[in-house]
Design a protein around this ligand. Structure first.
Ligand code: GLN
Length: 473
């Protein structure tokens, strides 16, 4: 589907020439949200408020006091705190909870006059690969409504895919931005761990979680990243490394050196057409003068298990705070203190979240801690060091983003392992903490889009975006 605008620069030139204004933009997106309501991408739409904000931004544009994101209408995944607005992580347990403050990334967008149009549906606590784990119903892929949009940031991906906003924010712990972006045909990036503050993000696995945007163009990705990145007094894991002007450096200007993992391309789970198209594309890159080498990555089979051991451990700890006592869901069946905890949590959390809390509690339990958690940490270190060693010799690692295109609704809900394996190519980047992007370069003969993934060394967002920008031309 062709959006009315695919980049902020197009919006800006029409704002300048008077061809449009922010109020008309917001009305356009609101009408698309209404038309596509059945896709269930939004949990809440701030129609009135967005129109009021649009009037304010129009005024600022007239007075030449508008920020860099004037004209950008965005949506937020329902795990990001936005002061005075509800945030539920698509979970019943946070029902009715209102954010007391805005997260740093959100605050920085608002300071540049972005207009937030609503909050989007996702898998509960960002756990899932298909958006079928939301307490508020699944999201449908706008290109084929029998198919999943991917997860966990499925609502944010569909919101951009179906022109319900110009860009959106998601979060990526093991692929939750890149996998839905690939399934929906848009750009998605997971920045380096620590590039964007996590303050005001409801935690899933704190040493993996990163916020990132969904957009149609690299220039918008670059600008949003540039604005959201940087040190933050409220998050000690946010890096104080200076933020480059990504949006002004979108030419790569040289030939790239790229590694491809032979075992990835030859993985038995990969769709045959995705394999052959990716191989063709590699040939095209070679003909364009880029240097590509097929190499071995010895830890491919350990990626998904390491990810699930460590993230469930962190999740079991992070989610222990939700007990329904001070806020959120309260069971009517509780009779005393113990049953209050048990009932609130048993009835407030969904199946997948409970599965992960139990798995995480198990791997952290006294008798098994060393066998699972400590071992998982060691394997993470090996994967990280090997990945960094490869990226000291190459500019990028190239893989398909996903082994298949968007699968059918309900296809994998009964088989958690099959669902977890959908993340095979996306978990490496968060395990290693490096940035990774998916580019919507391909279309399958089944009619669905799919992406090409590039990973780069830590804090190499600038190179990653510049090269991506060349590939998208
Ligand atoms: N699909 C992965 C999972 O279920 C990734 C989720 C994420 O990145 N938040 O854990």
């Amino acid at each position: 589907m062709n959006p009315l605008y695919s980049s902020l620069s197009q919006v800006k030139s029409d704002l300048e020439s008077g061809k449009t204004d922010c109020i008309s933009l917001v009305k356009h997106y609101l009408s698309n949200i209404e038309k596509k309501k059945h896709l269930n991408a939004f949990l809440e739409v701030y129609a009135e408020e967005a129109l009021q904000l649009a009037a304010l931004v129009d005024e600022k544009i007239k007075n030449k006091t508008a920020g860099r994101l004037a004209g950008m209408v965005i949506a937020l995944k329902d795990v990001l705190c936005h002061k005075g607005h509800k945030v539920s992580s698509s979970s019943k347990i946070l029902k009715g909870f209102t954010s007391l403050y805005s997260g740093t990334a959100v605050e920085r967008l608002l300071n540049e006059d972005a207009i937030i149009i609503g909050r989007t549906n996702c898998d509960e606590f960002a756990m899932g690969s298909s958006n079928e784990n939301s307490a508020y119903g699944n999201v449908k892929n706008g290109l084929d409504e029998q198919k999943v949009p991917g997860g966990s940031s499925g609502g944010s991906a569909v919101a951009v895919q179906m022109d319900m906003c110009l860009a959106s924010l998601g979060t990526d712990t093991g692929g939750s931005i890149r996998q839905p972006a690939s399934f929906c045909g848009v750009i998605g990036i997971k920045p380096t761990y620590g590039r964007i503050s996590r303050y005001g993000l409801v935690a899933y696995a704190s040493s993996f979680d990163q916020i990132g945007p969904f957009t149609h163009t690299i220039s918008d990705t670059a600008l949003l990243l540039e604005i959201m990145s940087g040190a933050d007094d409220f998050d000690s894991t946010a890096s104080s490394k200076p933020v480059e002007k990504y949006s002004e450096k979108l030419n790569f200007n040289r030939k790239a050196k790229i590694a491809v993992f032979s075992d990835c391309i030859n993985h038995p789970g990969i769709d045959i057409e995705i394999k052959s198209r990716t191989l063709n594309y590699i040939e095209e890159l070679k003909s364009a003068g880029h240097e590509i080498e097929f190499i071995d990555f010895p830890y491919l089979d350990y990626l998904v298990p390491t990810y699930y051991v460590l993230t469930t451990a962190e999740a079991s700890s992070n989610l222990s705070r939700f007990d329904g006592i001070r806020f959120g869901f309260k069971s009517e069946n509780a009779v005393d203190l113990e049953s209050t905890y048990k009932r609130n949590r048993s009835e407030g959390f969904g199946e997948e979240v409970k599965r992960r809390i139990m798995l995480g509690t198990f791997v952290l339990s006294a008798g098994f801690y060393d066998a699972y958690y400590t071992k998982g940490q060691k394997v993470r270190r090996l994967i990280k060091e090997k990945t960094e060693e490869i990226l000291s010799r190459f500019d990028f690692i190239l893989t398909p983003t996903t082994p298949t295109t968007a699968f059918g609704l309900g296809d994998k809900t009964d088989d958690p392992i099959a669902m977890y394996l959908a993340d095979i190519f996306t978990v490496q980047a968060p395990i290693a903490g490096i940035p990774a992007i998916t580019l919507p370069l391909f279309q399958h003969s089944n009619g669905m889009p799919y992406g090409l993934q590039l990973m780069a060394g830590s804090y190499k967002e600038s190179e990653l975006l510049a090269f991506s920008s060349d590939l998208m031309k």
